[in-house]
Design a protein around this ligand. Structure first.
Ligand SMILES: Cc1cc2nc3c(=O)[nH]c(=O)nc-3n(C[C@H](O)[C@H](O)[C@H](O)COP(=O)(O)OP(=O)(O)OC[C@H]3O[C@@H](n4cnc5c(N)ncnc54)[C@H](O)[C@@H]3O)c2cc1C
Length: 366
C-alpha cells in the first residue's frame, strides 16, 4: 500500500497528527510497536503554560482544540473541564499569581485570583495556611491513552494502522522488523523518546517522572491543584525536583505527582523519590495521609534543551518530518502540534508562526 504519509508512533502526538492529516484529505498509515510510551504513563492535565511565548501559543491554541473535540469524544476519554488552581503559599507567590493572571488574560485566557477564603471554600481539604490561588477556568483533564485511540479511529477519513516495529527509515520509506518495507510520499516521526533511535542528532533527553494514584474518594478535590512553585522547581529545573500536583479523576481517585529526574533510564519506582514527592503533597493536602494509595509507576518525558517541542521538516533528510520532544506537556499540546504539522506538510496557511518549533534552532552554525 502506498500512503501519502506514514506516521511512526501512535502516542498522543502521532495520533493527533494522523487525525489532522486525514482531516486534510491525506491517506495516512500509522505504524506503532506498542512499546508503551509517555502517553500511557502521564497525567493528562490539559494546562495553559506560559513559561515562554512559544509554549503559551502552543498550549493555548491546543486547549481551544481540546474543547472543540470534547463534545465528540467518547466517555473513555474522561474529558473533564475542572480548571487548574495554581496555589500560592505566601504573599510572594500571590504576587507571582497576579503576574501570571495578567499574562494569561492578555492572551485571552479566562482566569481569576482567589484569596485565602475563596480558596478554602473551593477546596476545603487544602492546608489552611495557603495565601490564595490563580484559577484558570478552561484547563481540563483527559485520559490520554483513550484520547489517542479516539483520534485514530474517529478521524474524518479512515486511517490505516499496523502494529509493527519500524527498524529503519530510508527517505520516505520505512523497514519493519519482519524485513518488509512500507513507502509513502512522506514519513512523520512521532516516536516519543524512541525518536533518537532513527535520528541520534536530535537533542532529546529522558526526564523521569513518578506518579501515584489513590483508591476512590469522590468529592475530596474538585480542581487540578498545582503549586505555583511548580514552574520554577519542576519545569525549568535541570536537576532532580518534586512539586505538588494533584488531579481529581472522574472515578473519585486522586492522581498525585510530580517528580523530575534527568540522567536515568531505569523505570523502577524509587522509594526515596516517591517519598519526597508524597511528603510535598502532604504539605499542601494533609488529608492525603488518610487515603490509600493503590498504585505507583514511572514514565519518561522527552525533553529538548529549551523545553519546546520540535515540529516540522527534518533539516537534512528529505521526506522526513518530526513531531517530537514534547516533554511534560505533550498531551496538552498535541492538537496544535498536529494542526501546525498538517498545515506545513500540505502547504496550507499556518495557524501560527512555525519558527520557534523548527529543528533548525539546534543546528550548529560553523
Ligand atoms: C509522569 C508523566 C506525567 C505527565 N503529565 C502530563 C500532563 O499532565 N499533561 C501533559 O500535557 N503531558 C504530560 N506528560 C507528557 C506527555 O505524556 C508526553 O509529552 C506525551 O505523551 C508524548 O507523546 P508522544 O506521542 O510524543 O510519545 P509516546 O507517548 O511515548 O508515544 C510514542 C509511540 O511511538 C511508538 N514507537 C516507538 N518506537 C517505535 C518503533 N521503532 N516502531 C513503531 N513504533 C514505535 C511507541 O510504541 C509509542 O506508542 C507527562 C509525562 C510523564 C512521563
Amino acid at each position: 500500500m502506498n500512503a501519502d504519509v506514514i506516521v511512526i508512533g501512535a502516542g498522543i502526538i502521532g495520533s493527533a497528527c494522523a487525525h489532522e492529516l486525514a482531516r486534510a484529505g491525506l491517506d495516512v498509515l500509522v505504524l506503532d510497536a506498542r512499546l508503551g510510551g509517555a502517553t500511557n504513563a502521564g497525567m493528562g492535565h490539559l494546562v495553559v503554560m506560559d513559561d515562554n511565548p512559544a509554549e503559551l501559543t502552543l498550549s493555548h491554541e491546543s486547549l481551544k482544540l481540546w474543547h472543540d473535540w470534547a463534545p465528540r469524544m467518547n466517555a473513555d476519554c474522561a474529558f473533564t473541564s475542572c480548571g487548574t488552581l495554581w496555589l500560592a503559599s505566601n504573599d510572594a507567590e500571590m504576587a507571582a499569581a497576579e503576574e501570571k493572571k495578567v499574562r494569561l488574560q492578555a492572551h485571552g485566557v479566562s482566569c481569576e485570583l482567589l484569596n485565602a477564603a475563596a480558596l478554602a471554600a473551593a477546596e476545603p481539604m487544602l492546608h489552611s495556611s495557603l495565601a490564595g490561588a490563580l484559577k484558570v477556568n478552561g484547563d481540563s483533564v483527559v485520559y490520554a491513552p483513550s484520547a489517542a485511540r479516539w483520534l485514530l479511529t474517529q478521524a474524518p477519513r479512515a486511517i490505516a494502522f499496523e502494529q509493527a516495529e519500524v527498524t529503519a527509515i530510508d527517505g520516505a520509506r520505512v523497514r519493519l522488523a519482519d524485513g518488509s518495507w512500507r513507502s509513502a510520499g512522506a514519513v512523520l516521526l512521532a516516536a516519543g523518546m524512541q525518536a533518537t533511535r532513527f535520528c541520534p542528532e536530535l537533542p532529546l533527553r529522558p526526564k523521569k517522572g513518578h506518579l501515584a494514584i489513590t483508591d476512590r474518594y469522590p468529592g475530596t478535590v474538585h480542581h487540578q491543584l498545582v503549586e505555583l512553585g511548580y514552574i520554577s522547581s519542576a519545569h525549568h529545573s535541570d536537576g532532580t525536583s518534586v512539586a505538588f500536583n494533584v488531579q481529581p479523576r472522574p472515578t473519585g481517585q486522586l492522581l498525585i505527582g510530580s517528580s523530575r529526574q534527568f540522567d536515568t533510564i531505569d523505570p523502577a519506582v524509587e522509594p526515596a523519590m516517591l517519598g519526597r514527592m508524597l511528603r510535598r503533597a502532604l504539605d499542601y493536602l494533609p488529608a492525603l495521609a488518610d487515603l490509600n494509595t493503590i498504585r505507583t509507576w514511572t514514565g519518561f518525558r522527552s525533553a529538548t534543551p529549551d523545553s519546546i517541542p520540535i515540529i516540522g521538516r527534518h533539516p537534512q533528510r528529505d521526506g522526513l518530518w518530526l513531531a517530537v520532544g514534547h516533554e511534560g506537556l505533550g498531551v496538552t499540546t498535541a492538537p496544535a502540534t498536529a494542526r501546525l504539522l498538517a498545515a506545513q506538510m500540505t502547504g496550507a496557511a499556518l495557524p501560527f508562526d512555525a519558527e520557534p518549533y523548527s529543528a533548525h534552532r539546534f543546528q550548529k552554525t560553523p
